[in-house]
Design a protein around this ligand. Structure first.
Ligand code: SAM
Length: 244
């Protein structure tokens, strides 16, 4: 039986993040703090996640560069170990401003679609010229518009499975759109924060249980699960699974 234990992360709070950011950029600090609130399930974060990323889109890349956000590099390295065919059709879920797509293109992948609920982030993605198609839709229980069953050879979802973002509900839809034998790489179990709320703990437990369940039901084969560098020198869990 596959046993899932999320990495135990260092405690991280918003003051720490500001101290760690070597080149403070006002927008970045504000947004990173908001992300902390959102991810920690704090009740004082009221903003709609799509609108939040729409507002951040223009400064997102520069801000995260200063924040040592390396998850897209790590995630794509994992995918490229498993997908040899550079013409494979890949869907980048929660593509945001396209950082994962850019890494995929660096590895020679040519057929990449993007899905995200933030249209402004997708507009930035489009400007990078690495995506074939951009789909503005939410990832959850819903069917992604215009996407046929089993049409993708691989799926990435980096920096988005967790509190306030994408829940385990999306796994069913991932299984619908990825063909049998296809590869799924995603990060989850985001960095931990001081005074983690009960909601955040519950969400992490639900995600962990859903992954375990899919592996036990032989819908996923766990190919790899490791702690990888993520943000501000802290780590998060990276999963690589085969859709069975
Ligand atoms: C931290 S960003 C990560 C973006 C990109 N994958 C990266 O690594 O830079 C999270 C992204 O998830 C998207 N997102 C959050 N919840 C979503 C949902 N339920 N459905 C679709 N996109 C979502 C946001 O719009 C945002 O672009």
């Amino acid at each position: 039986m596959y046993k899932i234990e999320f990495a135990v992360h260092s405690q991280l709070d918003s003051n720490f993040i500001c101290r760690m950011n070597p080149i403070p950029i006002r927008d970045t600090e504000v947004n990173v703090q908001a992300i902390i609130q959102l991810s920690a399930g704090r009740t004082d974060f009221k903003e709609d996640v799509g609108q939040f990323y729409d507002k951040w889109a223009e400064h997102y890349d520069q801000g995260l560069e200063n924040s040592k956000y390396v998850a897209p590099v790590g995630g794509v390295e994992e995918l490229s170990k498993r997908v040899e065919d550079k013409s494979a059709l890949i869907v980048d879920c929660a593509a945001g401003t396209g950082q994962v797509g850019v890494e995929l293109a660096k590895h020679g992948f040519k057929n990449i679609d993007a899905v995200d609920l933030s249209q402004k982030s997708l507009d930035i993605s489009a400007s990078k010229g690495v995506y074939r198609k951009l789909i503005c839709d939410s990832l959850g229980k819903n069917k992604i518009k215009g996407v046929e069953d089993g049409c993708y050879d691989a799926l990435t979802c980096i920096g988005a499975v967790g509190v306030g973002h994408i829940s385990e509900d999306a796994f069913v839809e991932w299984n619908r759109i990825v063909k049998k034998g296809g590869i799924i790489v995603f990060s989850a179990g985001r960095v931990s924060f001081e005074n983690e709320s009960q909601e955040q703990k519950d969400v992490k437990n639900r995600i962990r249980a859903a992954i375990k369940d899919l592996v036990e039901k032989r819908q996923w084969e766990m190919l790899d699960h490791k702690e990888m560098d993520y943000l501000f020198g802290h780590s998060a869990d990276m999963f690589t699974v085969r859709r069975l």
